[in-house]
Ligand binder design. Sequence first.
Ligand SMILES: Cc1cc2nc3c(=O)[nH]c(=O)nc-3n(C[C@H](O)[C@H](O)[C@H](O)COP(=O)(O)OP(=O)(O)OC[C@H]3O[C@@H](n4cnc5c(N)ncnc54)[C@H](O)[C@@H]3O)c2cc1C
Length: 395
Amino acid sequence: MIKLPSILIAGAGPVGLSLALALARRGLAVRVREAQPGLGSEARASTWHPPTLEMLREWGVADAIVAKGFRVDRLQYWERETRTRVAEFEYARITGDTPFPFRLQCPQSAVTPILLEALRATGLADVRFEHALTGFEAGPDGVVAAFATPGGPRTEISEYLLGADGARSAVRKGLGLSFDGATYTDRFLLIATRFDFTPIFPGMGPVSYIFDPHEWVILMRLPEVVRVVFRLAEDEDEDLALTDNAIQNRFAHLIGIQTGPVPILHRSTYTVHRRVADTFRRGRVVLAGDAAHVNNPTGGMGMNSGIHDAHALAGAFGAIAEGGDADALLDAYATERRRVALELVQQVTDQNSRWMNARDLGERLSRNAALRAEAADPARHRAHLLRASMLDARI
Ligand SMILES: Cc1cc2nc3c(=O)[nH]c(=O)nc-3n(C[C@H](O)[C@H](O)[C@H](O)COP(=O)(O)OP(=O)(O)OC[C@H]3O[C@@H](n4cnc5c(N)ncnc54)[C@H](O)[C@@H]3O)c2cc1C
């Protein structure tokens, strides 16, 4: 009889929970240990791409998640200065490519409770909060992991330790891996409001990338709010940028007419990195999600690609449970997902960032001409959406 692997996951973010659910759906028992007392509630990812929705469907949670979100039927690119639309891409063009021909906008914090509930309902998961991984020792037969808990330190033994513990991953650091890459000079200011921008940008759709050589803006409709992302200037003070006055000045500049104050429901800033770990696997310890790779959030691919890691890693463990060669399967996971992070996700998100940041007039004109030409040509229109949706080569 084949013995099922014993698996311990550090981190109950979207990737750790997806991984646990995907493993449990394959009949594998999992333990999940999360440092915080509950699920994260920060305003972070909100974009769910079609292949991710396909995976969530496989795990039985897509309907519940789609019901919570806002379906985006088109993407638009605008020029801020003239308030003219550069190009529009309609998801109807990829109806034949996916059962989910739309982009879902739904806060990450509204999805993780659905994942946790589905995970608990499998009866195969032991999830504990206030368990912060503090270190581990990995040998040829298993891993001994140490946790700080309110009741004092604890150790747990497992055959595999999976690090889904985010960008500051204790698992990655415990392996002594480097996380090479760079920090972008861009910092983002995230605002949520219920303000209606459509009178100012006539015909504006639910997701709009608004180009500007000095301060681009992204507007995204979520179920109850509009999320607005501004770029902070390189030398801008974050505390000042978060004041009412500074935010209202930004909106006045975006809107261009006096409308009175824009109601602010949320405000935060964040720094953006592009980094990939040396390797996603060392022996019985494997990384997934932000623990393994982070990228520019323009285009919303970070969490999505982490969930794609979870799908691939659960597939590898499914094959191991059926007697497959663990070393070969986990190496294949680590190599392929690292390649995807470096060659696909970083390339696309860097390109998005370059487009948003283009300052030189010639560069801006050629970007706009390229987008218009793509929108006008049916094959390139579809190709644009496949790439933006992570359906292109299953990024
Ligand atoms: C403002 C913003 C907007 C974004 N928008 C998008 C988007 O639209 N689409 C997209 O795909 N991505 C987006 N991203 C990126 C996305 O949020 C991340 O890629 C995603 O959260 C990664 O999920 P994760 O589970 O790997 O890590 P995390 O969400 O960071 O979760 C890690 C979990 O591990 C826990 N943990 C940490 N250390 C330990 C430890 N020592 N022991 C136990 N537990 C630990 C943490 O508490 C946390 O719960 C955005 C990011 C930001 C900041």
